[in-house]
Design a protein around this ligand. Structure first.
Ligand code: ATP
Length: 321
């Protein structure tokens, strides 16, 4: 394979730039030409493609976001859209694509591979950590650390004012950002979509903790686990508290990637390029399992079932005092 391309698609995640950099430099190391596609599948359909050199990715490893930009592209879900994308690749003589994104991006990559014979390798880039086949996705560690820094700041003010706080974090249907940031930040309650929770029990526990002299408590709510306003209204009424809500929103998607995300980006990207150049391999998604970099064919990626770390979750019951 002489020419490959790289794109970022779906939601942006810290570490995407580090991954693009490693794709470009690994491809160049192996003597391949490498092209950057702007704005994901949409840019591929529209032919927004530029050749990248080693210098094109200088000063990138530490930057959040993605310099190739990212987009969602409804047209690419259709066969006609994918055909246009395949024609662009053919016009440039590009035989393989490294795609950095989430589940939707990988579904597109599988279609491009199955329907048009274009070899695609996926790098899981999403802060949500919602892909079952891999222990971690790129951007998750940075997002958790961003939440953690907000929790640390909130603790200072909560303790000064004897306050109960609820912090809503991202993750859509996945509670990992909430779980990891709550445990690492010493939060008292974690509400995630994967497990049921009992607001009456939380209300009773808040009352008890006030009686014991503990006046500040933190609840971390995953965005997919319920409506923050309704939860707070219920707890205020049933526990006699006045909970302050902090909704962190998109700040969780930005920021300079942590060491863990930069290293992960580099390892996944090197593997992706080595896989794409190896003629014996099939289109696959890269991942990490037990600190080993793995490559999983897309069919298996979509069949994998997510498991939630209930052992870690239950630690909060032991630690909450
Ligand atoms: P994130 O987890 O950050 O949302 P994602 O990659 O899952 O990332 P999506 O918006 O779901 O984000 O998908 C990105 C793009 O991939 C879509 O805009 C669309 O172009 C393409 N895509 C999504 N689903 C499919 C599908 N089933 N078949 C083909 N292409 C798809």
């Amino acid at each position: 394979m002489n020419k490959i391309a790289v794109l970022t698609s779906g939601g942006d995640a810290p570490g995407m730039n580090a991954a693009i950099r490693a794709v470009v430099r690994t491809a160049r190391f192996y003597g391949m030409q490498v092209y950057g596609i702007e704005r994901g599948w949409d840019g591929l359909i529209k032919g927004q493609i530029t050749e990248l050199q080693n210098r094109s990715v200088s000063d990138m490893v530490q930057r959040g976001g993605t310099f190739l930009k990212t987009a969602r592209c409804p047209e690419f879900v259709t066969y006609e859209g994918q055909q246009k994308a395949a024609q662009t690749l053919e016009a440039f003589g590009i035989e393989g694509v490294v795609v950095i994104g989430g589940d939707g991006t990988f579904r597109g990559a599988k279609d491009l591979s199955d329907n048009f014979g274009i070899k695609c390798m996926g790098i899981p880039g999403t802060i949500d950590n919602d892909l079952a086949y891999t222990d971690y996705t790129l951007g998750f560690d940075t997002a958790v650390n961003t939440v953690l820094s907000a929790i640390n700041n909130l603790r200072d003010t909560m303790q000064s004012h004897d306050r109960v706080s609820l912090v809503e974090v991202m993750g859509r249907h996945c509670g990992d950002i909430a779980l990891y940031s709550a445990i690492a930040g010493g939060a008292e309650y974690i509400l995630v979509p994967e497990l049921p929770y009992d607001l009456d029990e939380i209300a009773r526990s808040l009352v008890k903790s006030k009686l014991r002299g503990k006046t500040s408590n933190m609840i971390v709510l995953a965005e997919g686990a319920g409506n923050r306003d309704e939860i707070v209204k219920y707890l205020n009424e049933h526990a006699g508290v006045n909970i302050k809500i902090t909704h962190l929103g998109h700040v969780q998607r930005g920021g300079s990637p942590t060491m863990a995300d930069r290293i992960l980006a580099t390892r996944l990207a090197v593997k992706a390029v080595e896989m794409i150049k190896d003629e014996t391999t099939v289109s696959s998604a890269m991942g990490i399992k037990g600190n080993k970099i793995i490559a999983v064919p897309f069919d298996e990626v979509f069949k994998a079932k997510r498991t939630f770390d209930e052992e870690l979750y239950s630690a909060q019951n032991i630690l909450r005092k």
